[in-house]
Design a protein around this ligand. Structure first.
Ligand SMILES: Nc1ncnc2c1ncn2[C@@H]1O[C@H](COP(=O)(O)OP(=O)(O)OP(=O)(O)O)[C@@H](O)[C@H]1O
Length: 645
């Protein structure tokens, strides 16, 4: 029989494992003089590397050898026969086969084999430790190295000394699942969960592993026990939302893909891959349960989702743009999350939670709003003056915060003004950009020798209906005032109950200070709107300036009371009031607060000397905890009504 160099080398390697002194000597002179057994490598025809086939053979030989060496004599025999089968083409030398046969029958030979084969494996668990305290058993003892390695010799229980890293080998989920007892208990647990969550009419396969397969591998949506589930509170989760969907429903997102000539095959492949990945292939699918599409814009689609672990509903925005594009596109896509994080939390900005990139697309987790103003308009809701003032005040707070942080929103419109409980919050910071005043712009221009604002930051135009006149002339020096114009236009639209023109004479008129009157609204309100929509940005008041106007006096009071709702602010002890949070939107540095005893205190029988009078307590503006000292209180238990001057 002809022998290739590869075959010869393999046989020689095995032959050297044949444990007898004689055979070791035969194995080749290169092994001589080594103090410790060296791993034997399968070499390819060139004597250096090895092909895929050679590696496969090596693996099968390894397996067989390990069985020969570590098992009982009977197992050893079986293994040796399997080795014979595995390497029958390679074993050209009859001597090698003989030596293998003898290896399977003698325990002494076993131990010798193991002492070398452990090196052969070259995996951390099988590498012979160099430590002095690791003693290999003497050849000829029954324990053998198999016992020393902790591989199941009963007379010599394994000791941790022989684990190279001194720690337990981590067990994979697969090990745990494949253990019959664990599998049974897992199955029972799954069945219980299944019964608990199964919505009526859900088709669930039953019996054995099939049932396990039918359960989606993503974690179940859990109910958050700390949440006060009050209907109509933002993020309220309905019980049925938590119910587990059937496998088919969970898979539907995989199946609902582009249709094409080969869509069926693709769908099957995707379904398969999702099955294999246990539906955990992406962060979005593993962390969130998608409930419903909320809406879409030119840049993104937004879904209502429940976070599987905290059991709270969020809005998750999928940005359409593929991020495998130019740097400018990536920067534009990331602008929204960067703006949210730079601005931080604010009571009148939609809360931003986190963002991540998955399959080259950006995902943004946001606070879930009840709806946006456009939805309300579509539902036929009309706004009275008080409501519009409250809306203007809320958005002005947010804009003031943005402008103070040198950011301009650039897309203020009813679509991006959200309703969360009784508040109006601004969202969609995708178009927000850096706002710089003229001098800063000039400085930057000189420094960069570039062209205008575009040299400083990326700029994306918003909706043309709400675009200020100066933007149409490419004047980007007053971006903060452009936001004010857009907000004024939105209020004008809501008050007149008539959509803004897209083009034509009316489009030009409203940009040339020719506004039509607003019936059933006060002259004061009309004046406010017209001042916000002045054609010259220099004549337009800023957000902070508008909030100080007399028209907002009543709103300020309400806003202050609203911001100090009992659950958000006060704890009363015997002599102090702890203001847990003074909201950052308060414009003045010092806030004067009036405290009066509430009627409940009077009802308790105490009659303070200053009934009807108010205590003035100055309190520094801060977002940290403040203490306001009061005169000794009437009782330990009391409450306050606060007014803001
Ligand atoms: N946090 C949220 N909660 C509830 N619905 C939301 C939320 N964010 C967005 N939506 C809905 O999704 C729609 C599209 O969102 P958004 O305006 O942010 O997308 P966009 O692609 O940036 O739109 P645009 O074309 O205006 O730039 C909105 O009109 C709104 O109805």
């Amino acid at each position: 029989m002809s022998q290739s160099p590869f075959q010869l080398k393999t046989i020689r390697g095995i032959f050297s494992f044949g444990s007898s002194q004689q055979s070791q000597e035969k194995a080749g002179s290169q092994d001589r003089g080594r103090s410790s057994p060296q791993p034997i490598r399968c070499a390819g025809p060139d004597g250096v590397g090895s092909g895929r086939g050679a590696q496969r053979k090596k693996r099968s030989l390894n397996l067989a050898l390990s069985q020969v060496t570590l098992g009982s004599p009977v197992e050893g025999l079986a293994a040796s026969s399997s080795l014979r089968q595995a390497s029958v083409e390679d074993l050209a030398d009859a001597n090698a086969l003989d030596s293998l046969k003898t290896a399977g029958t003698g325990t002494q030979q076993n131990s010798m084999c193991v002492s070398q084969s452990q090196d052969f494996f070259c995996t951390p668990d099988f590498i012979t430790p160099n430590d002095a305290h690791v003693k290999l058993p003497a050849p000829g003892t029954h324990a053998g190295v198999g016992g020393a390695l902790g591989l199941g010799n009963q007379s010599n229980p394994p000791t941790r000394d022989f684990t190279p890293l001194g720690c337990k080998r981590p067990r994979s989920v697969f090990d745990v699942l494949m253990c019959p007892e664990n599998r049974r208990s897992q199955l029972q647990a799954y069945t219980q969960e299944l019964n608990a969550y199964k919505p009526p009419g859900t088709r669930v396969r039953s019996g054995g592993l099939k049932a396990m397969k039918s359960v989606p591998k993503s974690p179940l949506c859990v109910k958050n026990p700390f949440r006060r589930e009050i209907p109509n509170v933002p993020g309220h989760v309905h019980q049925e939302d938590l119910l587990m969907k059937s496998e088919d429903e969970e898979m539907s997102f995989v199946v609902k893909r582009k249709k094409g000539p080969d869509s069926r095959r693709k769908r099957r492949r995707k379904k398969m891959s999702a099955c294999i990945a246990g539906l955990n292939s992406g962060r979005y699918r593993s962390d969130f349960k998608e409930l419903q599409k909320l809406g879409h814009g030119s840049f993104s689609t937004v879904y209502r989702c429940i976070h599987r672990l905290d059991g709270t509903a969020y809005a998750v925005k999928h940005v359409k743009k593929n991020l495998n594009t130019t740097n400018a596109e990536i920067a534009l896509a990331l602008q929204e999350v960067q703006a949210y994080s730079a601005l931080g939390p604010h009571p009148f900005l939609l809360a931003y939670h986190t963002s991540w990139i998955e399959n080259s697309r950006l995902y943004i987790q946001l606070e879930l709003s009840d709806c946006c103003l456009t939805d309300l308009i579509k539902q036929g809701k009309t706004f009275d003056e008080d409501e519009l003032k409250w809306m203007l005040w809320s958005v002005l707070q947010a804009l003031n915060h943005m402008h103070a942080n040198k950011l301009a929103h650039m897309d203020v419109k009813p679509d991006n003004i959200h309703v969360v409980g009784n508040r109006y919050k601004i969202g969609d910071l995708g178009t927000s950009t850096k706002h710089v005043c003229e001098e800063e712009e000039e400085e930057a221009e000189n420094a960069t020798k570039g062209g205008g604002l575009s040299a400083l930051c990326l700029f994306r135009e918003g909706d043309a209906r709400y675009m200020a006149p100066e933007l149409l002339k490419d004047d980007l020096g007053h971006l903060d005032k452009s936001d004010i114009w857009a907000l004024g236009a939105a209020a004008y639209e809501l008050a007149r109950k008539c959509p803004l023109p897209m083009k034509g004479d009316n489009y030009r008129d409203i940009r040339e200070d020719k506004l039509a009157g607003i019936p059933s609204f006060s002259a004061e309100f009309f004046q406010l709107v017209s001042s916000m929509m002045r054609s010259d940005p220099a004549e337009r008041p800023g957000a902070a300036e508008i909030m100080q106007l007399q028209i907002f006096a009543s709103v300020r009071k309400t806003a202050f009371r609203e911001s100090f709702r009992p659950n958000s602010f006060l704890t009363c002890t015997s002599s102090r009031v702890y203001c847990a949070r003074v909201l950052p939107h308060q414009s003045s540095d010092h806030i004067s607060m009036f405290f009066t005893w509430k009627s409940s205190v009077l009802e308790s029988g105490f009659m303070p000397s200053k009934v009807g009078e108010k205590e003035l307590v100055p309190c520094r503006r801060s977002s940290s905890i403040q203490r306001a000292y009061l005169p000794p209180p009437p009782t330990a238990m009391h409450s306050f009504v606060l007014y803001w001057k």
